[in-house]
Design a protein around this ligand. Sequence first.
Ligand code: PLP
Length: 408
Amino acid sequence: MVKINENYLKLPGSYLFSEVARRIAAYTAAHPGVTITKLSIGDVTRPLVPAVIQAMHKSVDEMGTAEGFHGYGPEQGYPFLREAIARHDYAARGMDVKPEEIFVSDGAKSDCGNIGDIFGTDNTVAVCDPVYPVYVDTNAMAGRAGDYVEALGRWNRLIYMPCVEANGFSPEPPKETADLIYLCFPNNPTGATATREQLKAWVDYANANGSIILYDSAYEAFITREDVPHSIFEIEGARTCAIEFRSFSKTAGFTGNRCAYTVVPMELERGGARLNSLWNRRQTTKFNGVPYVVQRGAEAVYTPEGRAQILENIAYYQRNAQVIREGLTSAGLACFGGVDAPYIWLKTPDGMGSWDFFDLVLDRANVATTPGAGFGPSGEGYIRLTAFGGAEDTVQAVDRIREMLRRG
Ligand code: PLP
């Protein structure tokens, strides 16, 4: 009789987004004619930019010719894209990342989840709390998280690092030894960033303990302040202790196109093995590459026109973030994030629970949000708002929440 991976049975249901959807559906069924404005969307809404569309059209035409047809491509990505990434995302910012260290993939989600394949199941794992749930659930599936303790809303073998107002939502290295450390800056869900000094402390900790930092910078394109690091590789010593994940999803609206990449430096070795070789082995065995047409589209993001066009879309979302942050701060709410990130982390008034405030805003302002408690125990007392909606909707939603607060 076949045995299943019993770790899957320990996973709690994916409660957060299904519960949000259920409550919105129940509310609209009970209040016909009411339109709910969503500040809960985690997906982009602006269309792909013309430079990307042109590059994709051109490559589709190529695929219809004998000379231009592309079958299986290199699993690691085409050299044209790996070289463009190395040049524009790293060399242009003073970092030396070679094309052979870049693995193009179908998503940062896949890579953040799959990276666990190259690490033993007895490693200790540290995650931020609140956290992007993929880091937690994929380690639970691999058996690294132990058992889920319902009453605490956490796994008993994971090291949770509270990200709270007191530490600016950016944790210090833990007292325990964490082998694998997931860091995400700019952060989903808090919108926080880490300073260079904070990242240096992490790099020093990881090098001293033989740990690996798994650095998710999927929202790097949203950084506005000059001194905020875009990459862990801006930090001295990171090449011997860090892997970085990046994505075209939020940078260039590729959520439906699927293209991302992971950087594994050549210097990175553990247990006598080069992690770049292990990841290469993993990818060439289990992954057959991103479509040629999509990679040509991603390459176009680095042309002068493509770059200018994606920056317009990013600016559009940044304006939404500003509308939310300033509109709600001036109404007396405590808002975090939203400066270098498309997420605003809002503290509920009067110590209200996340779900209670979610229900209140849904009912009284007809705005959908995401309860912070769904991202981990330290998210209780917060809600997450996103800047990915339409500009008019965003202004209207903020006005409605302000009006709700004014009426008291
Ligand atoms: N990493 C973080 C922190 C995210 O919030 C998301 C998507 O919401 C992803 C990764 C997924 O990126 P991709 O679309 O490249 O899979």
